[in-house]
Design a protein around this ligand. Structure first.
Ligand SMILES: Cc1cc2nc3c(=O)[nH]c(=O)nc-3n(C[C@H](O)[C@H](O)[C@H](O)COP(=O)(O)O)c2cc1C
Length: 169
């Protein structure tokens, strides 16, 4: 499964079935989160209007027929004020990222391709979608079926060797 996934940048216009959307969201709902506080929040964008709004805040939508704006609720998140190295640490990005990654792989299993999109200004996203003050946007997931031009970008194949990433202590 991890081998098969690549970032999709050539989406077909075919909509993703609601049954599959529900399964993808369910995968994001049940993930592990710090202290089980579950701060992940999902805004499902599938209407023309919502998708058009996404286009105003990022150039990286690739005509995805479905997007999920993954956020975390800063009022619900686990924090560690005692961390002497990382000031004001909170686990929101981790919790949201676990949810997003799990949704990506659930989608992949259902034949739905995806891309992680962080190329945006958070303030612009908050304003465009009228997010409440406690909502921190982390990424959009672009989701949908691949079109006939679909193929992995060259970057997909540029993986560093494991020796550069993993050390045995
Ligand atoms: C945190 C993060 C942010 C990303 N933001 C963008 C983005 O804004 N636009 C885009 O086209 N791809 C984005 N990507 C996709 C990466 O470019 C892609 O995962 C990487 O090049 C490896 O390719 P692969 O996913 O096909 O294996 C992002 C990926 C991650 C994990």
């Amino acid at each position: 499964m991890a081998r098969d996934r690549y970032s999709e940048r050539n989406f077909d216009s075919r909509p993703v079935e609601q049954e599959k959307i529900d399964k993808i969201l369910e995968a994001g709902r049940i993930v592990p989160t710090a202290c089980n506080y579950q701060p992940q929040r999902f805004y499902v964008l599938k209407s023309e209007q919502a998708l058009a709004t996404a286009k105003t805040v990022t150039p990286f939508t690739y005509k995805a027929p479905l997007m999920i704006l993954v956020c975390y609720d800063i009022n619900t998140v686990w924090t560690n004020p005692q961390d002497s190295y990382y000031q004001n640490y909170n686990s929101g990005e981790q919790d949201a990222s676990i949810a997003a990654t799990t949704m990506m792989y659930e989608a992949e299993e259902l034949g739905v391709h995806s891309i992680w999109i962080r190329g945006f200004d958070s303030k612009a996203v908050v304003e465009a979608f009228h997010l409440p003050d406690n909502m921190i946007p982390v990424m959009f997931l672009g989701l949908g079926y691949p079109n006939e031009k679909s193929k992995a970008h060259a970057w997909h194949y540029r993986n560093k060797p494991i020796e550069e990433m993993a050390v045995e202590l």
